[in-house]
Design a protein around this ligand. Structure first.
Ligand SMILES: NC(=O)c1ccc[n+]([C@@H]2O[C@H](COP(=O)([O-])OP(=O)(O)OC[C@H]3O[C@@H](n4cnc5c(N)ncnc54)[C@H](O)[C@@H]3O)[C@@H](O)[C@H]2O)c1
Ligand SMILES: [Zn+2]
Length: 346
């Protein structure tokens, strides 16, 4: 799977690592972006926090991953006369890191940014791979660029203040990574509860795995699509449930999606019945079962909007045995209805 590149580090002391790096690089000016939650919970845990850094705190939440918030960040940098040798330090979850990276990558045609991701989702997924961006006109990630941070520090200590539902939600991406890349690790992970997981080891694994895939296929022409496992059915469920007034987290939907897509893989003999039962048992033990309305045709119909499709063909990424996946697997609407029916009957 390969090692992590120099600029992505599992950190034991993010404060020391950050300060050493800043000292080495000798930036003209240091700016720090946090949201109100990470200001309260995460900044005090970065020791020593570079107090000389100019700080901007933005409101939390996906609704603020917007052009309006970018304007605040660009205004702030401009007002403080940030030049091209300045750096923006990001302390937050996927929303803040996506937005902050986008602002940095566009300000004066690009200044350095340093990511200190503070949610499990951001550490295991969003902060690896160079995608930065914002939502626009009700479309998610409509505006964006590819830009690698100068430095990414992954510290599991931030997870101790993360709300339980956020930890559980991010864990779905970790499960996805392990399931499609490493059969031996899958056997360890599936025998542990959420509270018993070894976060430093899992962060290392997720970052190495995602990085290696992204290196091989940076623009998602083929292989990188496997990272969307669970997301064809998962996104359809998430969209349907949210539109109909249920609350469901991204991770809960992806976990259910992984299960439905594992069923599809089993139907194609890519997974054995025993393997499907193992996946079932573990995912249900962590997430329980979502209540899926009987409207299976309409839920499945939402898969037609998936970004991986070609024309009106639904193309999913399915597990291919434990520890591997294949992409561009054509699935019909009726197969997805079947998979949802299987899930509902569990
Ligand atoms: N760039 C990519 O490749 C990529 C990949 C996957 C997801 N994403 C994006 O990630 C975003 C979701 O990220 P997220 O799930 O991290 O959500 P988030 O950034 O909204 O964070 C979730 C909540 O937790 C709070 N928080 C963050 N860290 C905390 C901590 N340590 N203690 C207490 N509270 C904390 C935040 O303030 C927020 O309220 C989406 O916008 C999605 O599009 C990007
Ligand atoms: Zn996801």
């Amino acid at each position: 799977m390969g090692k992590l590149p120099e600029h992505i580090r599992i950190s034991l002391h993010p404060g020391e690592d950050l300060n050493n790096y800043l000292r080495q690089r000798g930036y003209s000016n240091v700016f720090l972006l946090a949201d109100t939650h990470t200001q309260k919970h995460c900044l005090p845990r970065i020791n020593p926090l570079p107090e000389y850094a100019q700080r901007l705190v933005i409101p939390p939440g996906e609704e603020h991953k917007s052009l309006e918030t970018c304007v605040k960040v660009w205004d702030f940098l401009t007002h403080h006369r940030a030049d091209r040798h300045a750096v923006l330090v990001l302390v937050g979850g996927g929303v803040l890191c996506d937005l902050g990276g986008f602002c940095a990558s566009t300000y004066k045609r690009g200044i350095d940014f340093i990511s200190l991701p503070t949610t499990l989702l951001a550490q295991a997924d969003a902060s690896i791979g160079g995608k930065v961006g914002i939502d626009f006109d009700h479309y998610k990630n409509q505006l964006g660029t590819f830009q690698e941070p100068a430095l990414t520090l992954l510290w599991d200590g931030f997870l101790t203040t993360l709300p339980a539902n956020e930890l559980k939600s991010g864990f779905a991406e970790v499960i996805k990574h392990v399931l499609i890349s490493d059969a031996a690790l899958w056997d360890i992970v599936r025998h542990r509860s959420l509270a018993q997981q070894d976060w430093p080891a899992l962060l290392q694994h997720s970052a190495e795995f995602k990085w290696s895939i992204v290196q091989q296929d940076p623009r998602e022409q083929g292989l990188r699509k496997i990272l969307n496992a669970g997301h064809t059915v998962g996104h359809a469920l998430e969209t349907y449930l949210l539109a109909n007034g249920s609350t469901v987290s991204h991770g809960e939907a992806v976990a259910a999606g992984l299960l439905c897509e594992s069923y599809l893989a089993c139907q194609r003999n890519l997974l054995s019945q025993t393997e499907l039962r193992q996946i079932e048992k573990f995912i249900l033990s962590v997430y329980g079962k979502l209540t899926v309305p009987k409207d299976l045709q309409n839920i499945a119909g939402l898969c037609l909007q998936d970004k991986k499709n070609k024309g009106n063909k639904i193309l999913a990424s399915l597990p291919d045995g434990i520890g591997r996946a294949r992409w561009d697997c054509e699935v019909s609407l009726s197969e997805i209805v079947d998979a949802l029916a299987y899930y509902s009957a569990l």
